[in-house]
Design a protein around this ligand. Structure first.
Ligand code: NAD
Length: 465
């Protein structure tokens, strides 16, 4: 790895959200000079002060370290952001389009145009798209940069190439996933772009860096495979990876639903099939299914992509439909146990779409709470980190908030575990049983110990267990 004082690569990251900020902080940590640029002035102000306004373990530490050793800086001035850049990452959002039928690409097109308007003649600039985008977007980004350049009039020849470098990090372990990835994918045909990106990724590919004190290298971690392909293939790799993982979860959830009918245990089924190395044990946890900002939108985007060619992606559609229904399994189970939920007090454990994040995009908890509200239940909720964001982003949610799990349990007719935070699995369930009006727990993540809870007098319902 580069040491302080060596010349690192000059990197600019456009969009400093989850992906952009992680990318910026990690490449600064590896000794490069990184500028983070965002249109959100408040965000940049916070980052400059060393505060990360979303929850991601260690990201604030790494950001502060970068600021302190001057490898990392932030700006809302695009000219300043681009003036020295050798590699420019695009990491802006690509949320679902408002009509729900495609991908909102305006952030990407806007950012690409602005890059074009502000690039000056000089050395080669490699513009690297890290946002998850529909197949073919690489060429599209290229054309928007050209449009931006045309706006400048006769500025002289500007040398740039566009490459694709899809991101596979998971929220909650974003830094570990970036420092210790399973692979790095580069989509480019231009040799100079491939060379520049391989140089930037060199410490990660070779694992030749001193790990941060808070994130030791996982045991047995060797060199990281580099996959160099054309841009279209790189873009499809990203969608295919997410679609496969989403389908794997929908698959085990379908099996879990069958387990509920026949009286089998899906945890044992998952272990029994997962030990087959062709299947693998990861991502076979049955429950209420996937959510978040990526799986739903990426699966839909791939279905739409196929449709554009007159092809029906039947398997992906089924994976999506199984998942859309799965989050309401907990409501069926509540109705089975309580008969009617009208007027009953239901405590929701967890709001975020998964543990270790406060991200609420696509969170099953929100759908479950709304449905319970429609059914006349009195809903209370508790999440270790996401309540603040929930109050701000979903003010109309028909739920009140508790201070902690014990407060939530007090007087409740049932608890529903939606997010498997350790705080919940490690809680004192004997105390919880005493605090509840009726000790009923619906475990939407199969994260609790059924036998132990039943021993405490709980009525326990998991998913397929
Ligand atoms: P995000 O919403 O957290 O961050 C996007 C940032 O881009 C925001 O801060 C926004 O202000 C900024 N932005 C928008 N338009 C801009 C512009 N024209 N110029 C500069 N900045 C602009 O999004 P995210 O979760 O970091 O995701 C970014 C991309 O990475 C998406 O395409 C997403 O699909 C993909 N991705 C996300 C994850 C994840 O876990 N979050 C994982 C892999 C890939």
């Amino acid at each position: 790895a580069l040491k302080a004082g060596d010349d690192g690569v000059k990197v600019t990251v456009i969009g400093t959200g989850w992906v952009g900020l992680t990318t910026a902080a990690v490449f600064a940590f590896l000794g490069n000079d990184v500028i983070g640029y965002d249109v959100n002035e408040k965000l940049i102000e916070e980052l400059r002060a060393g505060r990360v306004p979303f929850f991601e373990p260690h990201l604030e530490e790494l950001t502060r370290e970068g600021l302190a050793n001057r490898r990392l800086s932030f700006t809302t001035d695009i000219g300043a952001a681009l003036s020295t850049a050798e590699i420019i990452f695009l990491a802006v959002g690509t949320p679902p389009a408002p009509d729900g039928r495609g991908v909102e690409m305006s952030f990407v097109s806007r950012a690409a145009t602005v890059i074009g308007e502000n690039l000056r003649p000089g050395k080669l600039r490699v513009v690297v798209n890290k946002s998850t985008v529909p197949v073919g977007s690489n060429g599209w980004v290229d054309s928007f940069i050209r449009q931006g350049l045309a706006q400048q009039g006769d500025a002289g020849p500007v040398d740039f190439v566009v490459a694709s470098n899809p991101e596979f990090l998971r929220e909650g372990s974003a830094i570990a996933d970036t420092l210790y990835p399973d692979r790095v994918v580069i989509g480019a045909t231009d040799a100079r772009a491939i060379e520049a990106l391989t140089r930037l990724y060199h410490p990660i590919l070779t694992q030749d860096f001193t790990p941060p004190s808070f994130l030791p290298r996982p045991a047995g971690r060797g060199k990281v495979p580099l996959v160099v392909v054309d841009p279209v293939t790189a873009e499809l790799i990203k969608y295919a990876a997410n679609a496969f993982l989403a389908t794997k979860i929908s698959f085990i959830n379908e099996i879990a639903n069958l387990c509920d009918f026949v009286g089998a245990n899906v945890k044992d089924v998952a272990r029994g099939i997962g030990l087959d190395h062709r299947i693998g044990e990861a991502f076979l946890n049955a429950g209420i299914g996937w959510g978040g900002s990526c799986f739903p939108k990426d699966v839909i985007a791939l279905i739409r992509e196929a449709e554009a060619y007159g092809y029906e992606a039947k398997l992906l559609k089924a994976a999506y439909e199984v998942n859309a229904a799965q989050r309401f399994v907990v409501i069926r189970k509540l109705q089975e146990v309580l008969k009617t939920v009208r007027g009953k007090t239901i405590g929701i454990l967890g709001l975020a779409f998964k543990p270790n994040t406060d991200d609420l995009r696509g969170a099953p908890a929100l759908d479950i709470i709304r449905k319970l509200g429609e059914l006349g239940a009195i809903v209370r909720a508790y999440d270790p980190v996401a309540m603040h964001r929930c109050r701000a982003e979903v003010p109309d949610l028909p739920a009140s908030y508790a201070n902690d799990i014990y407060n939530l349990a007090t007087g409740a007719d049932a608890l529903v575990l939606v997010t498997e935070w350790e705080e919940f699995t490690q809680a004192n369930w004997a105390d919880i049983a005493r605090l509840m009006r009726t000790p009923v727990v619906i475990d939407g993540r199969n994260a609790l110990n059924k036998k132990y809870l039943e021993g405490l007098g709980f009525v326990y319902r998991g998913v397929g267990v």
